[in-house]
Design a protein around this ligand. Structure first.
Ligand SMILES: Nc1nc2c(ncn2[C@@H]2O[C@H](COP(=O)(O)OP(=O)(O)OP(=O)(O)O)[C@@H](O)[C@H]2O)c(=O)[nH]1
Ligand SMILES: *[C@@H]1O[C@H](CO)[C@@H](O)[C@H](O)[C@H]1NC(C)=O
Ligand SMILES: *[C@@H]1O[C@H](CO)[C@@H](O)[C@H](O)[C@H]1NC(C)=O
Ligand SMILES: *[C@@H]1O[C@H](CO)[C@@H](O)[C@H](O)[C@H]1NC(C)=O
Ligand SMILES: *[C@@H]1O[C@H](CO)[C@@H](O)[C@H](O)[C@H]1NC(C)=O
Ligand SMILES: [Mg+2]
Length: 238
């Protein structure tokens, strides 16, 4: 169909899009981010999300089946609103074959373990590997991922009381950071989320900059062969 459009029509379309894009720049920006919450059974993924979104905690354990969803809206700053779509994936899903579907389009992740059970820490590497195997960002880089050492209100088992070793572990396995959290006592959950969102925004900004550079080059190139680039866009051209 493209062969029926004259070069001038195509160029005016490009100019029109650039105009529309700049006209929207003054408004409040909204972002929707899909965030995964993964880790072994009973580590507190659902509890962390309930605390974060509903300011609620229960001792009662009910295993998640498949996946649950929650939405957290953040008034990030005066001109940015962020919606976090939290995907609460059941611990037992690591043995299923649906995680590839659940992970699709995610831009951030938390891997949760339980500081009272060393076995859940050992599984962290498996979850991170599963994640990196099955999803990447649009530019091919790994999805930013934060490690959560949950139930820090209780006695710890294993590595978690050695900060140096935890830092090294995270660097090794490609986590962008780690936090000791407690859904019960509401410790560090907001901080961890803010850290992850900051990293997501930084990545997005970097990617957008390189996209814009490419677009600018193209407009300059194409505006060379016409003197009519400021002509009004024709209706129906796109
Ligand atoms: N003491 C303490 N208990 C917690 C904490 N977070 C969760 N729990 C308890 O741990 C149990 C499991 O929590 P869930 O949030 O259901 O665990 P989950 O990771 O969603 O488990 P699955 O859905 O099976 O994958 C529940 O009994 C919670 O009350 C915490 O920070 N401190
Ligand atoms: C994997 O997926 C198939 C369908 O594609 C399903 O029949 C099978 O039960 C799944 N296996 C597991 C372990 O969930
Ligand atoms: C933590 O681990 C490091 C590296 O294994 C070790 O050198 C250090 O002594 C440990 N720190 C504590 C407080 O045990
Ligand atoms: C971690 O804490 C336990 C007791 O809670 C202690 O026995 C152990 O030495 C500590 N490990 C490190 C590396 O500090
Ligand atoms: C575009 O115009 C500039 C200056 O007029 C010229 O140097 C350049 O070679 C032109 N590029 C193309 C692709 O025509
Ligand atoms: Mg759950």
């Amino acid at each position: 169909m493209l062969m029926f459009l004259s070069p001038i029509t195509i160029i005016t379309c490009i100019v029109f899009f650039v105009f529309v894009y700049q006209a929207g720049a003054g408004e409040k920006k909204e972002h929707l981010y899909k965030i995964l919450v993964i880790g072994e059974l009973g580590t507190g993924k659902t509890s962390i999300i309930k605390r974060y979104v509903h300011q609620f905690f229960s001792q009662h354990y009910r295993a998640t089946i498949g996946v649950d969803f929650a939405l957290k809206v953040l008034n990030w700053n005066a001109d940015t609103l962020i919606r976090l779509q939290l995907w609460d994936i059941a611990g037992q899903e690591r043995f299923g074959n649906m995680t590839r579907v659940y992970y699709k389009e995610a831009v951030g992740a938390f891997v949760v373990f339980d500081v009272t059970r060393a076995s859940t820490f050992e599984a962290v590497t498996k979850w991170k590997g599963d994640l990196d195997n099955k999803v990447q960002l649009a530019d091919g880089s790994p999805v930013p991922c934060v490690l959560l050492a949950n139930k820090c209100d209780q006695a710890k088992e294993g590595l978690v009381n050695n900060t140096t070793q935890m830092d090294e572990f995270c660097k090794d396995k490609g986590f962008i950071g780690w936090y000791e959290t407690s859904a019960k006592e509401n410790i560090n959950i907001d901080e961890a989320a803010r850290f992850l969102v900051t990293k997501i925004l930084e990545k997005e900004k970097a990617n957008k900059l390189s996209d814009e550079e490419r677009d600018r080059d193209r407009v300059v190139l194409e505006s060379n062969d016409t003197s009519k680039k400021s002509e009004k866009p024709r209706s129906g051209c796109c």
